[in-house]
Design a protein. Structure first.
Length: 246
């Protein structure tokens, strides 16, 4: 079991994300720890505009479970000589080996608007990931995918942040960054070894709280979310960034 996990099984926030990621395959950052990690890579001055961009996303029409609880946007980037370069819009594709529910098909999602992708917060997050993951695997260029997710919940609808269950993404590293939670209960992140052994769990509740995952070494998942007050809108907004060496 990770040194970050108490006897209760609840993971404690990391103070050395690179070391914890290298040692145990994952790290949980609270808001202050995430800010300390992110801000050396740039600025979060436009965070409010970044977070507001989750408010007008299209519904994910590719849910094989028939769910109508997920909205998302998507972007693709490559690195070259340390620069992060946006690529032409393209479909998101996963094999059924990594996504048993929605894999095996090309999924065309709405592209992240240039105004958001060029913004300070978006670029800072990608830059911090490049610094961290590039330090763990130096000398590589990277294929980067960005996902804006909103999971909605209602009185008769429990939203599924990871409808495919505990999984790997088929990449090298994953960041899950909390943007906003509104009137949401549960949504516990769980980390497992490939043999199913529980390595830790935590709940992203505040903006900037984050999970960092070595996708080769651990599986991750998030429990279903439900509204606290069934008469009010309820949703969970996260920014997911994946890095795969090329």
């Amino acid at each position: 079991m990770s040194d970050l996990v108490k006897d209760s099984g609840v993971t404690q926030p990391s103070v050395e994300p690179a070391a914890d990621l290298a040692r145990g395959g994952f790290a949980f950052l609270d808001a202050s720890g995430a800010r300390a990690w992110l801000e050396p890579a740039g600025s979060l001055a436009d965070w409010d505009a970044f977070a507001d961009s989750w408010n007008d996303m299209a519904l994910d029409e590719y849910m094989a479970d028939g769910g109508r609880y997920r909205r998302r946007r998507y972007g693709v980037f490559h690195t070259k000589a340390g620069a992060i370069l946006r690529q032409p819009h393209q479909p998101h594709y996963q094999t059924t080996h990594y996504n048993r529910l929605n894999g095996g098909v090309e999924r065309w999602f709405e592209a992240t608007p240039e105004a958001i992708a060029d913004g300070q917060s978006f670029c800072t997050v990608l830059g911090a990931c490049l610094n961290l993951f590039g330090g763990l695997m130096p000398g590589r260029d990277w294929h980067i995918e960005t996902h804006q997710f909103r999971i909605e919940a209602g009185p008769k609808l429990h939203g599924q942040p990871t409808p495919e269950g505990s999984h790997r993404d088929g990449v090298d590293f994953v960041l899950v960054l909390m943007v906003r939670r509104e009137n949401i209960a549960s949504g516990v992140t769980t980390i497992h070894a490939p043999d199913g052994t529980n390595l830790g769990q935590f709940t992203l509740t505040q903006p900037l709280e984050a999970a960092l995952v070595d996708d080769h070494r651990v599986f991750h998942g998030v429990t279903a979310v439900a509204p606290i007050d069934p008469d009010r809108p309820a949703f969970r907004d996260v920014f997911v960034v994946t890095f795969r060496a090329i």
